[in-house]
Design a protein around this ligand. Structure first.
Ligand code: KIV
Length: 284
């Protein structure tokens, strides 16, 4: 049984200067590939609300949805650390018992090794409570999509001196509260680098430049599977949507033209006639 990547391994990676590659995953099949490639950390992000479920934002994602997808991913991950997003309104500094109960469900039912929460200084009590209960917590500051209606749009955060100071203070407060790592989303690269240098815990950037200790991207963005929108910070490494489109079109045409199935994909009657119906395996 391979040893699972721990929060201590991630901190050691930062100390050695090894960059941490993180990616989101929402299903068993892609998680198997990500595990095989040796990603140390995988996020079941609430971005699944958009790229898998077709919602406009992450706000419609529930804890049950997160757990459903996390269970699938957890069946594939033997070594990578699985982090699960706590979804919108499932945690709050004004209701720490509910936050703890929901984080506990996400870990126990979802099979995760850590949770992620969005928000700056105001989230320090949540981080402290969960960490004190043995739940590793990843923070998430900068652009926090669960607060999109407060922020007023998906835009870069921390551009002014005042906003940058607030983000630095938030990062330090979350580290002090016990976060094992912090995602910096849509933060100017020089600020993300300063935060990364100041913290002892690893920062994971998304749209935060190369100075972070690691990077995270949404699986469907980098694979070219989600065509509604490609964020500026994402790089397409493949055009999987086009591969699927081509294959699905070929299948449809084959069915319509009577080219599929052929004898090779069909079963003969003799197994039925000699009383062995059902013995012929449908799968190899
Ligand atoms: O939900 C998500 O995928 C995330 C990452 C983009 C950091 O929070």
């Amino acid at each position: 049984m391979p040893r699972r990547v721990s929060i201590h391994d991630l901190r050691a990676m930062k100390q050695r200067g090894d960059k941490i590659a993180m990616v989101t995953c929402y299903d068993y099949t892609s998680a198997k590939i990500v595990e095989e490639l040796g990603f140390p950390i995988v996020l079941v992000g609430d971005s699944l609300g958009m790229v898998v479920l077709g919602h406009e934002s992450t706000l419609r994602v529930t804890l049950d949805m997160m757990i459903h997808h996390s269970k699938a991913v957890s069946r594939a991950l033997k070594k990578a650390m699985l982090v699960i997003d706590l979804p919108f309104a499932s945690y709050s500094s004004s209701d720490l018992p509910t936050s703890l109960k929901n984080a506990g469900r996400a870990m126990a039912e979802g099979g995760a090794q850590a949770v992620k929460v969005e928000g700056g200084r105001r989230m320090a009590p949540v981080v402290g409570t969960l960490a004190a209960s043995g739940i590793p917590v990843m923070g998430h500051i900068g652009l926090t999509p669960q607060s999109i209606h407060m922020i007023g749009g998906y835009r870069v955060q921390g551009r002014t001196k005042e906003a940058a100071d607030r983000l630095m203070a938030a990062a330090l407060a979350l580290e002090d509260a016990g976060a094992f790592s912090i995602v910096l989303e849509l933060v100017p690269a020089p600020l993300a680098q300063q935060i990364s240098e100041k913290l002892t815990i690893p920062t994971i950037g998304i749209g935060a430049g190369p100075g972070c200790d690691g990077q995270v991207q949404v699986f469907h963005d980098i694979m070219g599977m989600y065509e509604d929108f490609l964020p500026k910070h994402a790089k397409r490494y493949a055009n999987v949507a086009e591969v699927i489109r081509k294959a699905a079109r070929a299948y449809k045409e084959d069915v319509e033209q009577g080219r599929f199935p052929t004898a090779g994909q069909s079963f003969e009657m003799d197994a039925v006639l000699d009383g062995k119906a059902g013995d012929e395996p449908a799968k190899p």
